[in-house]
Structures are given as structure tokens and as C-alpha cells.
Design a protein around this ligand. Sequence first.
Ligand SMILES: [Zn+2]
Length: 227
Amino acid sequence: MLKKTLLLTLAALACAASALPAQAQAKRRPQFALTYDDGPGQITGDLLALLERRKVKATFFLLGTSARRYPELVKKIHDGGHLIANHTDSHKNWFKIGKGEDREKVLAAEVKKAEDAIVKASGFKPAILRMPNGYDRPWVREAVKKLGYRPANWSYGSDWTKTPEAKMTEEYRKATRAGAVLLLHDGGGKSREKTLRLTEAILDEAGRLGLEPVRLDTLLAGPNPRE
Ligand SMILES: [Zn+2]
């Protein structure tokens, strides 16, 4: 399912790229996006400082529960020029709820509640949504669009797994390429200090490869080569 989403995303990117004048394409470095889920959390302030120091804009998929806990950080993310996106309110288990008859109603409530918390804290109304655990089914894509959102998953992410950090860092480096949507976490669970180290490693690799980290809305607007 994730692969299918990625292929669709890449196809959309290719279409967007061909629609732009050659001159505009030539000027830009190949782009990729850093995305952070489940926040804001304890490390979000440090992460924002890191991104500012490296002059990088990223995308934050916020949970409503986290946004109500750290409203000042929601505002800081927005004021920093980063993109805020919706990750639903309470990170429910959609593999279970998706089987229920009232699934669209539950989804609408989850999306709206998170949206309200984000708007209240930052004044910004998000337009991109990522489902918890990358849950992706035809019904959910339709429902998300009806709610006024564009669904978006990721091309690589592993910071929630037990992979040793050195190997994980190597995997993130390898996944850093044009058109990539990298997933990390700045909220939820225990300490997310590792996210800061992984972000530095990814940005070092991007610098080496001449890639430009951009917000997800910028990436989705293309132009970007496939690989
Ligand atoms: Zn999540």
C-alpha cells in the first residue's frame, strides 16, 4: 500500500515537472522533504533551533493531543516558516477502526479536532494529512479529500524500529535523494533525541549530494527528478 502511494506521488511529481518551463527547472537543485510526526514534543524546540541554524524548512505532522499540550510550540513551528500538517487528533488504531461502519464519522471527528487545536494555536489551517501508521485504503483517501485534505505518506522512515542507530543513520543517508519524503518523529513515545542526530546526518548527506530540503507543499508542487 505504501509503495502504491509513493508511485502515485512520483507520477504526480513527474507530471508537475513537465508542466514547468525548462528554465525554471534548471535553476533549482533537486529537492526532498524532511517530515516530523506526532509532535510537538519535548525535542521540538531543539529541533526548530537546529533547522534554523541549518537554514532548513521542514514539515510537521501534528497530533491534536500534542498541539493542545504544547500550543506555544505549534505557533513557533508556524512562525519559523515550516509547514504544519494534520496527523489526526489521537493516533487511533485505524487497522481496527477502518473495519467499523462509523469509520468516516470517526475520521471526520479526529481530523477536525486536530485542525481546531492547530488553528487555535497558530492561526494556520493545514491542508495535508497523514494517517497514523500510514494507514492507506481507497476509502480513507476519498474521505480525506472530502474533508479538504491531501493525503501524504513517506518514502522512507525507520526511527521507530529497533535498528541500531549507526545502521539507521546509514539507511536514512541512503534514502536521502531527489523526491524523497523522509519520516522522523519529534513527538510521542520516549525521548526523541535521536531525531536531532539523524536530522544532522541527513542534512550533511543532502549537502554532499547537492540536494535542497524543502517543505512538503513545495516538493509536491515539483519539479523534481524521480531519483
Ligand atoms: Zn504518527
